[in-house]
Ligand binder design. Structure first.
Ligand code: HAM
Length: 423
């Protein structure tokens, strides 16, 4: 028999306890920020109907689908992202939902990616989404949650920024000024998102395939080069809806105390087809890593699923890039295993007493590692040290005959005798 492969499938991770501690720590911060912003947690199956992800705009994500036919011949896929599942859930609940809702989750997502630093084939993605709010007050709330998360981890606005724009910028230029039909808008946005990765000719060919002129690239590049709201106001006019909206968002950011985290950058369009308005991405100012998180407004996703639209926006925040960044900045905590007590009996005849002591301590809420084998005291001390225990409770024959146990405080090294009720 040949030995099995002990590494997990390429691009996926095991979480042995030392890794799991870090994951739990990180998720704890995700959850705590969500709680502070009064978001409720939800979940959906990791397996979905493939149809949920069939979108024709040429997005990278659809080519990366982990999809297959199940034994019943149904086309299914592992979710590459949470947003379609959330939309399905909201659609299913229909009128029974009292809007607005603010929901969060931390799903594992699957994408058959080309792997680079910060990109894997599975990742956990903290999602926060608001359904039922049409204005940028929702975006501001989401951006504030992201900034609040960064702050909790010890990152400042010097370390991380959030680039903000709106698809409305491109829409204004392409659709309103240049007459590009609305039906092509999403596909053009997805193409524009690839501008940095693909040669110009490839983009021009793709535009031509949509029946659009290659020369549009120049107009697009000009629109994307805008880096201030004043410039934008000059191009679109100060009264333009997009200008007004972005100004409102940045004004709200002042009130939240997060203005220094935000950067207006018209080159942000995002690679997912469904965004319709404000879009944003957090980045490390050292510029060594991929996007830390990303999101935006998607007011028309429900109608693509055959439902009635509800305004919506949200973000996804992966667990991979942020850990790389914290590592680089020396901000990863040292997470030790934490056990309150190790209980050890010097002989097997004392085991029932040790068991009773462990049971009593556990009942009082303490975390207790009871030594389960016959071991030497020396081994038990080493074991307690490795377990990161606070105390050793030693059940020894002479002491126990007097109704006491030995208690060693492992932080101070102090040892004392105690009766059970004193533990
Ligand atoms: P996304 O930009 O595709 O958006 O992903 C959001 C975040 O998930 C990324 O910024 C990154 O942190 C993480 N991420 C994505 N792919 C990978 C990967 N292969 N490995 C590690 N991390 C990854 C969405 O998925 C949208 N559904 C977000 C959203 C929620 N928009 C509105 N609501």
């Amino acid at each position: 028999m040949s030995a099995i492969e002990t590494t997990p499938p390429r691009g996926t991770r095991d979480f042995p306890p030392e890794e799991m501690r870090l994951r739990t720590w990180l998720f704890g911060h995700f959850r705590e920020v969500a709680r502070q912003f009064a978001f409720e947690e939800y979940d959906t199956p990791v397996l979905e109907a493939e149809a949920l992800y069939v979108r024709k705009a040429g997005e990278e994500i659809t080519g990366q689908l982990y999809n297959f036919e199940d034994k019943g011949g149904r086309k299914v896929a592992l979710r590459p992202e949470m947003t379609p599942s959330l939309a399905r859930l909201v659609l299913g609940k229909g009128r029974s939902l009292s809007l607005p809702i603010r929901w969060f989750s931390i799903p594992q997502c699957w994408r058959y990616e080309r792997m680079t630093r910060g990109r894997k084939r599975e990742h956990f993605q903290w999602n926060m989404d608001v359904f039922g709010v049409a204005g940028v007050t929702a975006e501001a709330e989401l951006l504030a949650a992201i900034a609040s998360f960064f702050r909790r981890l010890g990152l400042s606005e010097d370390d991380v920024g959030i680039r903000v724009s709106s698809r409305g910028v491109l829409h204004a230029v392409l659709t309103e000024k240049l007459g590009v039909p609305d039906e092509h808008f999403a596909a053009v946005c997805v193409l524009v998102d690839k501008l940095e990765k693909l040669p110009r000719e490839a983009i021009e060919e793709d535009l031509a395939a949509l029946g659009l002129e290659g020369a549009l690239v120049d107009e697009i590049l000009a629109a994307l080069s805008l880096r201030s709201l004043d410039e934008l106001a000059t191009v679109l006019g100060p009264e333009h809806k997009v200008v007004v909206e972005l100004n409102e968002l940045f004004a709200l950011a002042e009130a939240y105390g997060i203005a220094d985290w935000l950067v207006f950058d018209a080159s942000i369009v995002r690679g997912l087809a469904y965004y319709t308005g404000v879009v944003f991405e957090a980045f490390d100012r050292g510029a060594t890593l991929r996007a830390i998180c990303g999101g935006g407004r998607y007011d028309r996703l429900l109608s693509t699923f055959g439902g009635k639209d509800i305004p919506a926006c949200g973000f996804g925040f992966g667990d991979v890039v942020i850990v790389e960044l914290l590592k680089d900045k020396g901000l990863l905590p040292e997470l030790r295993r934490a056990v309150d007590d190790v209980v050890f009996s010097f002989s097997e005849s004392l085991r029932p007493d040790a068991v009773r002591i462990a049971a009593m301590l556990r009942k009082s809420g303490r975390s207790v590692d009871l030594v389960l084998e016959s071991k030497k005291a020396k081994w038990a001390f080493k074991h307690a040290d490795r377990a990161g225990a606070g105390r050793m409770i030693l059940v020894a024959p002479d002491e126990w005959a007097r109704g006491v146990v030995k208690v060693k405080d492992l932080a101070t090294g102090e040892q004392r005798e105690a009766r059970l009720e004193q533990l």
